[in-house]
Design a protein around this ligand. Structure first.
Ligand code: HEC
Length: 284
């Protein structure tokens, strides 16, 4: 073979090899796209888990199992079951993670709507939140994807890890555990329950302890406000223009002077008052 022929053969062989590569690459494109989409979906679910652990476990439980007894003090959970291994949780997972595309879309829309606007005791997190959205559209999508795709065992593991143990809301620390009788029974006039010019109201998830306090009327009273919960809370008395935010683990203080009468104190974090985070202060 002459040099020119050799060169021509090499070029032809090279071109054939190159076009084969291009064809193989192009043929693989849909797979690559699908793999990319799947990766993005998995990342969305992963972010959804983190959002759930930070915002939702308090009411919906670490595995999405929700309340054991609706609103019961001590469970601190008022959320509907979304997942988990209870009977209601399994039914919820079946509803939310259905394979039927039409039903799946319907569930997605319902979840997004509930997250945006709230529903009943479920606070609004998105565009419908009274003080402005707490979560953006992307985050709401991530939560919805997570609810529709997640293995709830993973959520449970992350939730337990985040709170360094099974996240029960509360248990109150032993030192803060109140003797049950004097705080709730109207034993006015006797010992500790008498009007006091220094009171402590502890926030838990999601209730105050005590639920009733008595203070002297028209006298300055110091109010100490520890937050022993895992969520941010607040102490508000509207007619006295008091609103104190309390981060978890923090203790705030305020003073108030109240004319004789009964006053409602409550937590202004969305959904908390409705969940029972409310009490009565009597000034006399
Ligand atoms: C203050 C407690 C509370 C918090 C916090 C909370 N939820 Fe809820 N959630 C509820 C309650 C109560 C319901 C039931 C509402 C009703 O009665 O219609 C509910 C319902 C839902 C539903 C509807 C379920 C269905 O099948 O209809 C979804 C989805 C949901 N919550 C997701 C979330 C997510 C995600 C978060 C965190 C961003 C969250 N919730 C935070 C209390 C809460």
């Amino acid at each position: 073979m002459g040099a020119v022929q050799k060169l021509a053969t090499t070029v032809i062989v090279g071109l054939v090899a190159l076009s084969t590569l291009v064809v193989v690459y192009l043929a693989n494109e849909p797979h690559r796209r699908a793999a990319e989409a799947q990766e993005q979906e998995e990342a969305a679910v992963e972010r959804g888990i983190q959002l759930f652990v930070a915002n939702c476990v308090i009411c919906h439980g670490p595995a999405g199992e929700g309340y054991s007894e609706p609103g019961a003090k001590g469970t601190g959970r008022i959320g509907m079951p979304l997942g988990g291994s209870t009977e209601a949780g399994i039914a919820a997972t079946e509803r939310n993670q259905t394979e039927d595309p039409a039903k799946r879309k319907e569930r997605y829309d319902l979840i997004v709507k509930t997250l945006n606007n709230g529903r009943g005791l479920m606070p609004a997190f998105g565009t419908g939140a009274p003080g402005g959205a707490l979560l953006n559209d992307e985050q709401i999508h991530e939560l919805a994807s997570m609810i529709q795709d997640v293995d709830w065992d993973l959520v449970y593991n992350d939730a337990v890890e985040a709170s360094g143990g099974y996240p029960t809301f509360p248990p109150p620390p032993a030192s803060a555990q109140p003797a049950p009788a004097p705080t709730t029974a109207p034993t006015d006039g006797g010992g500790d329950a008498a009007a006091s010019d220094a009171v402590t109201v502890t926030s838990y998830d999601i209730y105050f302890d005590p639920k009733t306090i008595t203070v002297p009327a028209d006298k300055e009273v110091k109010v100490t406000l520890p937050n022993a919960g895992a969520a941010p809370h607040n102490f508000s008395i509207d007619p006295l223009k008091i609103s104190v935010d309390i981060n978890p683990g923090e203790t705030q203080e305020t003073t108030l002077t109240a004319p004789a009468g009964d006053y409602e104190y409550y937590c202004n974090v969305p959904g908390h008052k409705e969940a029972g985070m409310v009490g009565t202060m009597t000034a006399k």
